[in-house]
Design a protein around this ligand. Structure first.
Ligand SMILES: NC(=O)c1ccc[n+]([C@@H]2O[C@H](COP(=O)([O-])OP(=O)(O)OC[C@H]3O[C@@H](n4cnc5c(N)ncnc54)[C@H](OP(=O)(O)O)[C@@H]3O)[C@@H](O)[C@H]2O)c1
Length: 264
């Protein structure tokens, strides 16, 4: 994917990796649609994008609202005509044990991290096929590849993205649709602060694991490299990515480690 003079829609662009990827792409004079539920954060990202010489449209969009996803995507497509890349970062995490988590919290996490993401992809896909192709990127996680304490619904929502988007790719390679699944490890963002606790409230803390992760800016450079190369899976992070190889090649070691992992 060439970022110059192409049009990209980036969700979760008010903060963290979505914001940093939008800013990184804007250095290439692209056209950007950025969305998030946080209007003030979106405007702050938009002014940096403009300073970098790219065009930008902001859309406040709650990814748990399926009607809003339909309406906003129709409006955006009307406005810009085509979307070359839809890169989805909006998401929430979890900090609660299975035994303490009411089913409503599981639904909320699936609604934003899975149903919202597939709804937006479905809304944009027909136009991408009609224009001759496009790139879809979704943000999974290391815990989209294996289970992790305090993340049951979050891990499940990210696992679901792999099954869905690998299937979408298998059906649509012939339509020149490319899919990149981003797999971050631990990145210094606000994700743990806004994670749902057992009461469904914000957990409110920066986890030690998060605080020791790579910066969102460094993550964005790794992501953009992977997107440019149109890699099917893009690993993002530092030494914590080793767990992926342990899970894949030494599953019995993973099962021993999983009970000892520090989840915060
Ligand atoms: N940071 C990590 O270590 C890590 C690791 C693996 C995967 N990820 C994934 O990476 C993605 C980006 O997260 P991040 O780490 O950059 O965290 P972040 O800074 O919290 O960014 C997430 C963004 O998504 C937005 N958002 C949350 N719920 C939304 C909703 N219902 N509708 C629209 N926007 C919503 C947030 O808005 P508010 O500011 O209003 O909450 C925030 O701007 C997420 O999908 C996350 O699961 C992160």
């Amino acid at each position: 994917m060439n970022f110059d003079n192409n049009t990209f829609w980036i969700t979760g662009a008010a903060s963290g990796m979505g914001r940093s990827v939008a800013i990184e792409i804007s250095k290439s004079r692209a056209r950007l649609i950025i969305s998030d539920r946080d209007a003030a954060g979106l405007n702050a990202t938009a002014s940096i994008i403009k300073n970098n010489g790219s065009e930008v449209i902001t859309e406040v969009l709650d990814m748990s609202d399926s009607n809003a996803i339909k309406e906003t995507s129709a409006k955006v497509l009307d406005l810009v005509g085509r979307i070359d890349g839809l890169y989805q970062f909006a998401g929430i995490s979890q900090r609660s044990l299975v035994i303490d988590t009411p089913i409503e919290n599981d639904h909320r996490i699936m609604e934003i991290n899975y149903f919202g993401v597939i709804a937006l992809a479905k809304a944009v896909l027909p136009s991408m096929i009609a224009q001759g192709g496009g790139q879809l990127a979704v943000t999974s996680s290391l815990v989209g590849k294996f289970g992790f304490p305090l993340r049951s619904a979050y891990s499940a929502s990210k696992h679901a993205l792999h099954g869905y988007f690998e299937s979408l790719l298998a059906e649509n390679s012939k339509n020149n649709i490319r899919v990149s699944i981003l797999i971050p490890g631990r990145i210094q963002t606000n994700i743990s602060k806004f994670a749902l606790d057992k009461e469904g409230k914000e957990y409110g803390k920066m986890d030690e694991g998060q605080a020791n992760g790579i910066s969102a800016e460094k993550a964005a450079r790794q992501i953009c490299r992977g997107l440019r190369k149109e890699k099917n899976e893009v690993l993002v992070g530092g030494k914590e990515l080793m767990m992926l190889y342990i899970r894949r090649f030494f599953p019995s070691v993973y099962y021993k480690l999983a009970v000892k992992l520090k989840p915060t």
